[in-house]
Every structure is written in structure tokens, then in C-alpha cells.
Design a binder for this molecule. Structure first.
Ligand SMILES: [Zn+2]
Ligand SMILES: [Zn+2]
Length: 217
């Protein structure tokens, strides 16, 4: 099994996804993935659904139970966190340290100069593991900004998601980032069960462009 047998971006019914955490995990096992990350939005992030003090902990209990049942699948307790234009993150309850994996994502349209400055500020304030659907909301792309962003991501050890949900518009950025030494991850951004692990196009893109996929341990 290669390192690409994973899906690191999935929404369950703890946010705006349709499937239960258990059904996502069952499907990941059926697909023989070695790692699945459940990465819901939590209040006040866009797409969060459940509120109340304990829903993050409730989902964590479910994940812990499933880990004992679905060995050897690695199940990551993750979150997708909104990045603001000033680089700050949405303040969810408790610290971000509680998660195994954090995807940082922009959920508003922005040009590449704003993208670059927001990320520059973000890395002075907090840390995340993956830049989610990196060009999903980009309205423009200047190579100069792309080079600066690639360097920021490489320096901060942040991987770049190859997303199945959003079309990749600026493939030149992937080349720049590869040459800067960045690593890449696969994420379906599934909101429905049948979308979990459907990543053939992204695996093909990584192979065609020789993008190194991050090995998850
Ligand atoms: Zn997103
Ligand atoms: Zn998402």
C-alpha cells in the first residue's frame, strides 16, 4: 500500500456532511485506505451545524471507539478551520491543539495578493497542517504571489491539498510549490458517503506532475 491510500478531508453529520462518522470509517475500510481524517467545521466556522459545549468531545468519543473496532485503519480527529483575511482563525471552543490534524481554508473569494498577505500573517499567529482547496476561492493568480506562498508553506511545513471538490485552476502554482519543496495531500472534501476516497484524478495529477505526497504516520 502506497502513502496515497488516504483521504484527509471529510465532513460528517457533525457539520454539513450527510454521513455518520461510523459510515465514513466503514467505507474507508472497504476502500482499504490506511488513513481517514474526519475534518468537520465547528462553530463559528462556515458550514458548522451542531452547537453546544460538547459536540467536539462527542465526536471524539465516537472516533476513539471506532479506532478499537476498525484496526488497523488510522482515524484522525480533525477540523477544517476558516482563515480570515487578516490571517487569524475562527475561534472554536478550546484550543486547536486538541485535534490530530487541522486544515486551514479560505471560504471567501480573494485575489492572490490578499491570499499571500493573509497566509503571511497567519503563520505568525497559529499553525495548521494542510492548506485546504488552495485555489477554490482564488480569483486571480500572480506567479510572484505564488512563489511567496510556496515558500511560506514549505518553511512552515504546511502541505497543499489536492482537492476533489474544487477544480485546480492554477496548475503553475503546483509546479512552483513542488520546486520550492512543498508536500501535497489528497482530500475528497466529501459531504456525502459516496464521495469518500474518490481521489483517482488527484492521484493522477500528483503522478503526472511528480508532486510528492505527504506520508502520514
Ligand atoms: Zn472548505
Ligand atoms: Zn471541507
Amino acid at each position: 500500500m502506497g502513502p496515497e491510500k488516504y483521504d484527509l478531508h471529510n465532513h460528517s453529520d457533525f457539520s454539513d456532511g450527510q454521513a455518520s462518522v461510523r459510515d465514513i470509517v466503514k467505507r474507508a475500510t472497504k476502500l482499504e485506505l490506511n488513513t481517514i481524517a474526519i475534518t468537520d467545521h465547528f462553530w463559528p466556522c462556515l458550514g458548522s451545524r451542531r452547537t453546544g459545549p460538547n459536540h467536539i468531545e462527542q465526536r471524539r468519543d465516537i472516533i476513539w471507539n471506532l479506532r478499537t473496532v476498525f484496526k488497523p485503519l488510522r482515524i484522525l480527529d480533525g477540523a477544517e478551520i476558516d482563515i480570515s483575511s487578516d490571517g487569524s482563525h475562527a475561534n472554536i471552543s478550546n484550543s486547536l491543539d486538541q485535534f490530530d490534524l487541522i486544515i486551514g481554508s479560505f471560504h471567501f473569494t480573494l485575489d492572490s495578493t490578499t491570499w499571500r498577505s493573509a497566509l503571511g500573517r497567519a503563520f505568525t499567529k497559529w499553525r495548521f497542517d494542510i492548506l485546504g482547496h488552495w485555489d477554490g476561492y482564488l480569483t486571480s493568480f500572480r506567479e510572484e504571489d505564488g512563489r511567496a506562498v510556496a515558500k511560506l508553506l514549505a518553511d512552515n511545513d504546511v502541505a497543499i491539498e489536492l482537492s476533489a471538490r474544487y477544480e485546480t485552476n492554477h496548475t503553475v502554482f503546483l509546479e512552483i510549490a513542488r520546486d520550492e519543496g512543498c508536500e501535497f495531500t489528497l482530500g475528497s472534501d466529501s459531504h456525502q458517503l459516496r464521495e469518500v476516497g474518490v481521489l483517482e484524478n488527484q492521484i493522477g495529477l500528483a503522478k503526472a506532475m511528480e508532486l510528492p505526497l505527504k506520508v502520514i504516520r
